[in-house]
Structure formats: C-alpha cells, structure tokens
Design a binder for this molecule. Structure first.
Ligand code: CS2
Ligand code: MN
Length: 394
C-alpha cells in the first residue's frame, strides 16, 4: 500500500513536515478554497503540487472534488456543474494526478453527534449517538414526517435526552451535525438546512440513483479517456438519515454502481470505518468482489454500541473491523496486479484518529489531529509488514 496522509492545505494545523515524519510519502488533498461547482484551474493545481514537492511529497489522491448539490438533485445548473467537473478532471490529469475520491451523499457529508467522546484512557473519539441524533431531528430541527422514521422507544429516548439538554448542548449538537465537518465543504444554519432538505422532496432512492447514473455516464468516459481512477466514498453513516436517501452503503449498492457504468475507472474508496458500521457489510468480501476497482483505501475501525445505530471510532486495529483480514485482502489484490505488470501500490491513508497526548491541548480538525493518525498509520504499517513477510514473499 502507498502510505498517504490527508492534508487540508496551508491552513491545516498539521504541517507537511509533520506528514513527512509520520512516514507518509503521498498526500491526499483538495483545493478547498475553490467554491463547489467551480473548475479547478491548472495553475492552482500546480501551486499545490509545488508546495508538496518542496517537502519531497507528491499529491497522490484528490479527496474530494465535491459534487454540487444541483448534480445530486439534477436541477438548476446541473449541466454547467457537470461540465465543470469534467474540466477539473482533465486539468488534474494534465498535471499527472490520476485518482479522484468523491461522494454522493445528499446535503450532508459525514455526520457525527459528538466530536470529543471521552474514552477510558483519556483520549477522545468521534461518535454517532443515535439518540442524540433523533433528539436533533425531532426536537431541534422538528422535521416534518420525522416521527415515522423512529421506533416508539427511540422517540421516548430522544425526548428524555432532549429534556436533559442545556441550551449550550443544543447549540453544540446542532453545529456538530450541520455546520460541516472538515472536508464536508458545505455548512448550514438551521433555516438553510431546512431549505436544503426541501430540495430533496420527491427524490427517493430510485431517483437519486438515476441522478447518480446520469452523472456517472458523463464523467466515467472522461476518466477513461484520461486514465483517471474515480473512487466513490461510501455514505457515513451507511444508511438513510433525515429522510434523505443514501445509495453507497452496501455491497448491493457497489454492484449497482458497477453495473450502471461498467468500467474499471468507475471505482471505489474502501472506507472500512464507514462501511464497517453495518454488521451486514462483509468488508473482505466487498474487497474481493470489486478488487480491481478499489482505487483508494481509508483504514479505521468503528465500534457499534448497544443502542442500534450508535457507534464511535475505535483505535485503528481495535474495533468491529477485522483489520488484519482487510489488509490481507488488499495485499492479495496488489499481488494480482503485480502479476499483470501493474506495479503501483494502492494508496491508503489512516482515516480519522483519536485526539490524544499533546493534541488534547490543541485546536485540531475533528478526526484529523496528528498524533492519533500517526499512531494509526504506525499500527497499520506494522500489520502490512508482518503480512508481507509471512504470506507474500515472492
Ligand atoms: C470523511 C469524509 O470518512 C471520511 O473519510 O472524512 O470527509 C470523506 O472523506 C468524504 O466524504 C469523501 O468524499
Ligand atoms: Mn473515509
């Protein structure tokens, strides 16, 4: 695996010198300063590459070129947004960057209710608490039709949870959910959020799939022409939320994506933490089934909690994800590629990390502090080394 590190650009509190010391050789980044839907100009891409090159690093993967909401709802200036997306792809290809991660989650990107969940050892993790989330949906957002989507027990628990919240708690929970986590690109106020949700009226799973198919039919040919690997990131959490459909959550969804535009360039980001939240997702089987289309890997482990739907992020090797088997499946695919003369390792990054040690005193990007990811990368690298020495000696 190629060891990479997500870097949010010059404003990231983690420096490129830090990235180098973490042992990563590749960087995963995006031009976050360019508005959603605009073309990424070649000179801006080159500027970012030059920053990385100064430190001996390369821009391995783009995460992400955001998909404009009007593409997901196929409305407004959808044609213009798609044309711009295609142009950004061509510009990246012209600069020698060939792997692009993106997602197709309506309105929200990844979602958590708690950004500083205290673990027994004093470090902090990200958490999705289904009860807190239902309290937000039912009592803060007061979404129409929300009630039907929760069981009687969930409604009761949410009401009790809400009754015990301070005003500050409500503000914090709301911000955690709708203000936009790092990389989400969009943040909303409550009113903006309600208006945005309304744009999905009448868009169910089938309609969202239609819209995604339309987008894929436009961009996959460009990817093919320029040798670009598209890698869709799964939904996080991998299920519909707030009445919005989600369509990249299961192996059936992956199969649908493959069947819809059958091209190796139409590939996947295997984010073990996102897919791994569902007990019915067999990650090793997913990797084995779509092996030649896994173009990018996010490694982290989540821990399902007692309350259905709730989870928090565990240490990279200590959660519901069988990380050793996952890495073995990836190395098996890399070996298969080597036999076809494709010698390039698959880019991997440690996804999210615990906030720990010195980082507890610092302002960090939730999930993207240095030390927790450094620890994660070190552990993952150890697993890879051990597997390679014992199983993959050629
Ligand atoms: C998140 C997202 O789980 C994750 O990796 O940090 O920012 C994710 O990278 C994007 O949704 C991908 O488009
Ligand atoms: Mn991920």
């Amino acid at each position: 695996m190629e060891q990479t590190w997500r870097w949010y650009g010059p404003n990231d509190p983690v420096s490129l010198d830090d990235v180098r010391q973490a042992g990563a050789t590749g960087v995963v980044t995006a031009l976050h300063h360019i508005a959603n839907g605009e073309v990424w100009p070649i000179d801006e891409i080159k500027k970012r590459q030059a920053l990385l090159a100064e430190k001996g690093l390369v821009w391995s993967v783009v995460e992400s070129i955001p998909v404009h909401e009007e593409i997901k709802t196929r409305s407004g200036k959808v044609e213009q947004h798609i044309a711009n997306y295609q142009q950004s792809m061509r510009n990246l290809a012209a600069c020698g960057i060939d792997t692009i991660c993106y997602n197709f989650m309506p309105v929200l990107d990844w979602t958590r209710t708690d950004l500083g969940y205290l673990l027994p050892d004093g470090s902090r993790a990200l958490r999705f608490d289904q009860t807190a989330f239902a309290a937000f949906d039912l009592h803060i957002l007061q979404r129409e039709g929300a009630k039907e989507q929760y069981s009687a027990l969930e409604q009761q628990q949410a009401a009790d949870y809400f009754a015990a919240m301070s005003e500050q708690d409500k503000t914090t929970l709301t911000a955690n959910i709708i203000a936009g986590l790092p990389g989400a690109e969009e943040g909303y106020t409550l009113d903006q959020f309600r208006a945005r949700l309304a744009t999905y009226d009448g868009i169910d799973k089938a309609a969202l799939r239609e819209n995604m198919a339309y987008f894929l039919r436009a961009i996959v040919p460009v990817a093919e022409q320029h040798g670009l690997r598209l890698a869709v990131h799964p939904d996080d959490p991998p299920r519909p939320i707030l009445g919005l459909p989600r369509i990249v959550s299961t192996i059936e969804d992956m199969q649908w994506l493959k069947d819809t535009v059958d091209s190796v360039n139409n590939g996947f980001t295997m984010c073990t933490g996102s897919y791994g939240v569902r007990e019915d997702n067999d990650l090793v089987n997913m990797i084995a089934t779509f092996a030649d289309r896994i173009h990018f890997i996010h490694l982290r482990a989540t821990c399902r909690e007692e309350t259905p739907g709730s989870f928090h992020e565990g240490a990279h090797l200590d959660g519901d994800v069988d990380m050793v088997s996952v890495i073995k499946a990836i190395l098996t695919e890399e070996q298969r590629r080597r036999h076809t003369q494709d010698l390039r390792p698959i880019p991997m990054r440690p996804d999210h990390g615990h906030q720990m040690l010195d980082d507890l005193k610092k302002k960090t990007n939730p999930g993207y502090s240095a030390i927790g990811r450094l620890k994660g990368l070190a552990e993952l690298r150890g697993v890879e080394r051990a597997l390679k020495q014992t199983l993959f000696t050629e």
